[in-house]
Design a protein around this ligand. Structure first.
Ligand SMILES: Cc1cc2nc3c(=O)[nH]c(=O)nc-3n(C[C@H](O)[C@H](O)[C@H](O)COP(=O)(O)OP(=O)(O)OC[C@H]3O[C@@H](n4cnc5c(N)ncnc54)[C@H](O)[C@@H]3O)c2cc1C
Length: 437
């Protein structure tokens, strides 16, 4: 049943350039001697197998960038996403900021990919007409006790190769932004904003033009390593949800699998039999809520304004999107969730914004924006950070692992792609293609 469905969907969704080269696997497809992964049944006695070249699991901004890069380099790429469209999860629930690369430890993947990704992002946006603006950012110290932290950020940013950083006295920063109150500020002229949806739409188009194929509503339930190759078991998301169990409907046998499942990357990895669990980092989830500013005739700031970073996040900052909507956030709220339940596996998180959280936002924001009016904050949206470190732990880096780490041929796992994942997306894609093709 599903093989037809999936093939039909490939045909329908890949409106252009559908290659007739997706081959039905005609080898021994019998299930004899085949062990299905734990928690997954074949449903039918036999399920069809199909060989594919490269499978990208997850059509968020990172998966899309990877899919585009692989397909531009001549690989036949199939992108699977459990949701009904691209970018419905963390990639559409963030600040849409192109970060400069200030915050991250030198030589970390976050520092490297953020700096390189920012360059690639500005170039890509200019070349492809993606709405974006390099509006610059001020990281502000609102009391003398914070100045040392600002100095540290300046030092980190410089070590990371971020150019143009400048320490400003409070009066200089307040001259730039009259609504601002601070004692010192770090100016980052290369920070900016981007229309994430347009960016993702463009990546989809580019991937499709290079013959990539998208299959939405398709969940990867599990996988296993057999004779040195990954086998993925997939099903329609709807049938998975309605039966509350994984009944595989099709088996894919790709040469390359990129697990770019964001919040669900570890949950999925745990279902890939043959991948040692010691290679799967623990997951931590931190919700961040946004409030929008209402009743203001114009945005109070031209630049992005960030306080000193807090544990788990960059602090309740101000961003303005390309439509002029002013947003404050995100805060940090640690969420208890186990990878084994459907919250992380199918992204069933609670994204509601409790209006009462505004009470905590007002004092935080007034430290640098004292004229914020009572009642001016309205609940916006929230996003959840796919973190690898929990409260009170040292912040973790991105984890990108291939065969050299875990020993499974053709499997690349992307774990902990939190901020600055949007900024880094094109650089992560470049790295994956350079290293694993
Ligand atoms: C509050 C917040 C603010 C942020 N602000 C910024 C910012 O300003 N700048 C910046 O650079 N970064 C920012 N980030 C980080 C950035 O948003 C993420 O790093 C980026 O969106 C991650 O993209 P992704 O493709 O890895 O994941 P996602 O966008 O989550 O995509 C993963 C996809 O995988 C699919 N999936 C999951 N499991 C399966 C499965 N088993 N089978 C099939 N499909 C599956 C999901 O449906 C989803 O579509 C922020 C993040 C948060 C939470």
């Amino acid at each position: 049943m599903l093989p037809t469905l999936v093939r039909r969907r490939w045909t329908r969704l890949s409106t252009r350039n559908l290659k007739p080269t997706w081959k039905l696997f005609t080898g021994d497809a019998s299930s004899s001697g085949r062990t299905l992964a734990r928690g997954v049944s074949s449903g039918a006695e036999k399920i069809s197998k199909e060989r594919v070249d490269a499978v990208v699991i997850g059509a968020g901004v990172v998966g899309l960038a990877v899919a585009r890069e692989l397909s531009l380099r001549g690989r036949e790429v199939l992108i699977l996403d459990a949701a009904s469209s691209f970018g419905t999860v963390t990639s559409s629930r963030n600040s849409e900021v192109i970060h400069a690369g200030i915050y991250y430890p030198p030589n970390s993947l976050k520092a490297k990919f953020c700096v390189r990704g920012r360059e690639l992002m500005y170039r890509y946006c200019s070349e492809h007409g993606i709405p974006h603006r390099k509006i610059g950012k001020l990281v502000v110290a609102t009391g003398s006790s914070e100045i040392a932290k600002l100095d540290l950020l300046m030092h980190l940013g410089t070590q990371n190769g971020v150019s143009g950083l400048r320490m400003l006295e409070g009066f200089e920063a307040m001259r730039m932004e009259p609504e601002l109150r601070c004692v010192k500020a770090l100016l980052s002229p290369d920070s900016g904003i981007v229309d994430t949806h347009s960016l993702m739409l463009s990546l989809v188009g580019q991937a499709e033009n290079s013959h990539a194929t998208f299959s939405y509503n398709t969940v990867v339930l599990s996988g296993r390593v057999e004779e040195g190759k990954m086998h993925l078991l997939v099903a329609e998301t709807g049938s998975f949800e309605s039966r509350c169990e994984g009944v595989a409907e099709l088996e894919l046998v790709p040469n390359l699998v990129v697990n770019s499942a964001g919040l669900g990357a570890q949950a999925l990895a745990k279902r890939l039999h043959g991948l040692g669990h010691r290679f799967i980092p623990s997951s931590h989830y931190a919700r961040g809520c946004y409030f929008t500013l209402s009743g203001a005739k114009s945005p109070p700031f031209d630049k992005l304004v960030y306080p000193i970073p807090e544990e788990g996040g960059l602090g309740v900052h101000v961003t303005v999107d390309l439509n002029g909507v002013v947003k404050f956030g995100p805060d940090v709220e640690w969420i208890e969730c186990r990878d084994e339940n459907s919250s992380s596996f199918l992204n069933k998180f609670d994204y509601g914004v409790n209006p009462q959280r505004a009470e905590r936002f007002y004092p935080e924001i007034r430290k640098y924006y004292p004229d914020l009016k009572d009642g001016s904050l309205e609940p916006g949206y929230s996003g959840i950070r796919p973190k690898l470190s929990g409260p009170k732990q040292r912040p973790s880096d991105f984890v990108i692992q291939g065969e050299e780490t875990h020993g499974v041929t053709g499997l690349v796992n992307l774990f902990g792609i939190e901020s600055p994942g949007l900024t880094s997306s094109l650089a992560i894609a470049e790295h994956v293609a350079n290293k694993f093709l």
